[in-house]
Design a protein around this ligand. Structure first.
Ligand SMILES: Cc1ncc(COP(=O)(O)O)c(C=O)c1O
Length: 377
């Protein structure tokens, strides 16, 4: 008989969503009272906040001084689309996709920009072939949030490349080390690893990306919110906090407060928290024969969006959903069913704002829910 007794300990915070992700420990709405609400974002206080967000992002992430950092509209999607629409088409491009967000970038490049791309895809759990000629542009996602598969490193990107690398790092930035010399365009949103709000994207450009912007004009029209140059020159203000259109100063304040917390830990501390949480899940999975990591190769396992599958052959299609629902009903885990386009399973966000002790406390509940659901079937 399997013990169906509920575990005694519960996670203090049941929020394991992969986005928006848990607020940082100790967060309170009252921390946002310094937001310059009802003022122009172009007035001195607002501009100073936006510039601080840029400068402090650079400091925490270790972004080189000669890279530009801009705050742009429409969250990570806005930042990444802006990069693709302004920079692609100058050279041959290889599109890499191994889960749904990467697949979305492929769709836009092939169907909207109509580029004759070299498209390389892999099933959920795997990576495509990463051998790519150095004269090609490359679009990829550092951490595939919906499959829990990340690139193990950037050794496959040539130091002597002439093409640009466009990296969607939204579920990696602040939780994984990003090798800046290998990345020409990097994007992320505040709602992921720092537990901030949606709305704005961050766009980080290497000097070579700026050179592309200033030397190449795409054949297609660009809406105002995508335009990064004027008269063939980079619009400098965007990278000093003069946003293209009106930002949410509440979201900016929230990001600054998250940065206060992040600065206390430093990048290595932020990375270590995600590593510790992911390790709890990996160790749990290792010692159970009914659940497995979706990522095939341990070297590619995400430490933020840890994706799991139930391995029994005789499970009903909605088994994972029912387990997730049971955990939600118990109030021990919210939003951990796998992404709608991904294989059935669980996805546990282990990004830096999540307490590793909460992940550890959740795991016996997953075991309980698995057995309870099997017994109920
Ligand atoms: C890898 C990846 N890219 C893009 C997005 C879209 O991000 P946003 O909704 O912040 O634009 C997400 C969101 O989950 C993601 O995980």
């Amino acid at each position: 008989m399997t013990d169906l007794t509920k575990p005694a300990a519960r996670p203090d915070n049941p929020r394991f969503s992969s986005g928006p992700c848990a607020k940082h420990p100790g967060f309170s709405l009252t921390d946002l009272s310094d937001a310059p609400l009802g003022r122009s974002h172009r007035a001195a206080p607002g501009k100073a906040k936006l510039k601080a967000a840029i400068d402090r992002t650079r400091a925490v992430l270790g972004v080189p001084d000669d890279y530009r950092i801009g705050i742009v509209p429409a969250s990570d999607t806005g930042a990444y689309e802006m990069a693709m629409w302004t920079m692609l088409g100058a050279r041959a491009v290889t599109m890499l996709a191994w889960e749904s967000f990467g697949a979305g970038w492929v769709t836009d490049v092939v169907k909207q920009l109509k580029l004759d791309a070299d498209v390389r895809t892999a099933d959920y759990g795997a990576l495509p072939d990463l051998t790519i000629a150095p004269d090609r542009d490359i679009c990829f996602t550092w951490n595939g949030t919906t499959s829990g598969v990340r690139v193990p490193n950037a050794d496959w990107i040539s130091d002597d490349r002439t093409g640009l690398t466009l990296c969607d790092a939204t579920s990696a930035a602040f939780a994984m080390d990003l090798p800046w010399p290998k990345l020409d365009v990097t994007t992320f949103s505040w709602q992921k690893v720092l537990g901030g709000e949606g709305a704005h994207g961050v766009l980080i450009l290497s000097p070579r990306a700026v050179e592309r912007l200033e030397s190449y004009t795409p054949a297609w029209p660009l809406p105002k919110i995508f335009r990064l140059t004027k008269g063939g020159k980079l619009i400098d203000g965007i990278f000093k906090g003069e946003t293209i259109n009106t930002p949410s100063m509440m979201a900016v304040e929230d990001y600054l407060v998250a940065l206060d917390w992040a600065e206390g830990l430093g990048l290595s501390g932020l990375v270590a928290r995600a590593d510790e949480s992911a390790r709890h899940v990996w160790d749990f999975v290792e010692t159970r024969d009914w659940i497995a990591n979706l990522a095939d190769d341990p070297a590619t396992r995400s430490t933020t969006s840890v994706c799991l599958k139930f391995t029994d052959a005789d499970l009903p299609d909605d088994f994972a959903k029912r387990v997730a629902k049971r955990l939600d009903a118990e109030g021990v885990a919210l939003d951990i069913a796998s992404y709608r386009d991904a294989p059935a399973g669980l996805r546990i966000w282990c990004g830096s704002t999540v307490e590793p002790s909460d992940v550890a406390a959740l795991l016996p509940w997953i075991e309980w829910a698995y057995h309870a659901e099997r017994a109920a079937a």
